[in-house]
Ligand binder design. Structure first.
Ligand code: GCO
Ligand code: MN
Ligand code: MN
Length: 389
């Protein structure tokens, strides 16, 4: 398809090796696709026009590889990045697949496991930096519990803080140019996960030794799994200057982590998200943390990856139309201006303003009776999205 919706490097579209490399295993069924090597996944991403590839340490280097094997694998991978014009913007650690992490990593009760998690993360940070990553994501995976009889939640949060402080100090000590982005996910794969939402992560960051080097990596499906509004979480992260990275995908509300193609399910949520990112100048990677339906072969994987980017770009174009649509803009201005201005509102506190405000007589009944026109505005957006205007 050649049209205005072709991905370019400037769009900063990225995919994880684990996304286009997903073999379709689920709790009920065996893999439906062959394993594709990291080198061939980079080739695929180059072919569909992606800008970046992200990875967990063990997506590239097997957990039991020797030092010599590691070096050869990394060399071949770098060659592929070069050959296919793809970069590594983000890296992360797999702290959830190996049975050693069955009770979590940084929050595990066994100090041996906690120490091993730190060692593995330092090595994975070295790998990420060697490949050029500027952002390091922490998705806890199994940082949780099935029963609160087994772990004190206060210990869990302290252990997480200790780990993050240690790793921040490691990065500085090495002189790495790297920022951390914490990714929340509610209650999967453990019964209950600590710090389960982006909002919880934002609160936690402020308790670290150096909050400035740590932001968030919100994921659309993760907030939707919990029935929450993803855009609101993203806006709060943006307001705090903490939107370092973003995981885009889609899914039905209140279900398991479905990881569907971006834009495939909640059209309006996807639109308002793209509109937010584009109109506020978000300049970070747009990472699609999703995978092809289990029904797909390799051609379907390509269609999935191309579809994520295409849908984003179509929604980006709709966002520009939304900005340029005189009727929508007039309706927006109208709904935001309210019935009449109030002197002093939105200004810093002064005693005079407070006194005037306390004395002001409001027509409460008129305020309650006034129709706000939101139906019309929302329908205009619907018409715009579905091509009826
Ligand atoms: C998931 C998560 C992961 C993380 C990845 C990078 O639900 O499995 O979204 O895909 O994003 O581990 O940290
Ligand atoms: Mn996820
Ligand atoms: Mn994710």
């Amino acid at each position: 398809m050649t049209d205005a919706f072709q991905p370019q490097a400037a769009h900063k579209f990225s995919f994880g090796l684990w996304t286009v490399g997903n073999i379709g295993r689920d709790p009920f069924g065996h893999p439906v696709r062959e394993v594709v090597s990291p080198v061939n996944l980079v080739k695929l991403l180059g072919e569909v026009g992606a800008w970046g590839v992200n990875l967990h340490d063990n997506d590239l280097v097997p957990i039991d590889a020797t030092a010599a094997e590691r070096d050869q694998i990394v060399k071949d991978f770098k060659q592929a990045l070069n050959d296919y014009g793809v970069i590594v913007p983000m890296a992360t650690t797999n702290l959830f697949s190996d049975p050693a992490f069955k009770d979590g990593a940084f929050t595990a009760n066994d100090p041996q496991v906690r120490a091993y998690a730190l060692q593995k993360t330092m090595q994975a940070i070295d790998l990420g930096v060697e490949l050029g990553a500027k952002i390091y994501v922490f998705w806890g995976g199994r940082e949780g519990t099935e029963s609160d009889a087994t772990k004190n939640p206060l210990d869990a949060v302290k252990r997480q803080r200790e780990a993050m402080n240690f790793l921040c100090a490691y990065v500085k000590d090495q002189g790495y140019d790297l920022k951390f982005a914490l990714e929340a996910k509610p209650n999967e794969p453990r019964g209950d996960i600590y710090l389960p939402t982006t909002g919880a992560m934002l609160g936690f960051i402020q308790t670290l030794d150096d909050p400035s080097m740590v932001g968030v990596n919100p994921e659309m499906a993760h907030e939707h799994m919990a029935g929450l509004n993803f855009l609101h979480a993203v806006a709060q992260a943006w307001d705090a200057g903490k939107l370092f990275h973003i995981d885009l995908n889609d899914q039905n509300f209140a279900r398991y982590d479905q990881d569907f193609r971006f834009g495939s399910h909640n059209l309006k949520q996807a639109f308002f998200l793209v509109h937010f990112l584009e109109s506020h100048g978000y300049d970070g990677p747009r990472h699609f943390d999703a995978h092809a339906y289990r029904t797909e072969d390799q051609a379907g994987v390509k269609a999935f990856a191309a579809g994520c980017m295409r849908s984003y770009l179509i929604l980006k174009e709709k966002s520009a139309r939304f900005q340029a649509d005189a009727e929508i803009q007039a309706a927006l201005a109208e709904v935001n201006s309210g019935s009449s201005p109030v002197a002093g509102l939105g200004q810093p506190y002064t005693r005079a303003t407070a006194t005037a405000l306390k004395a002001h007589r409001f027509d409460r009944e008129a305020l309650g009776k006034r129709g706000l026109g939101y139906e019309r505005l929302d329908q205009l957006v619907f018409d715009l999205l579905l091509g009826a205007r």
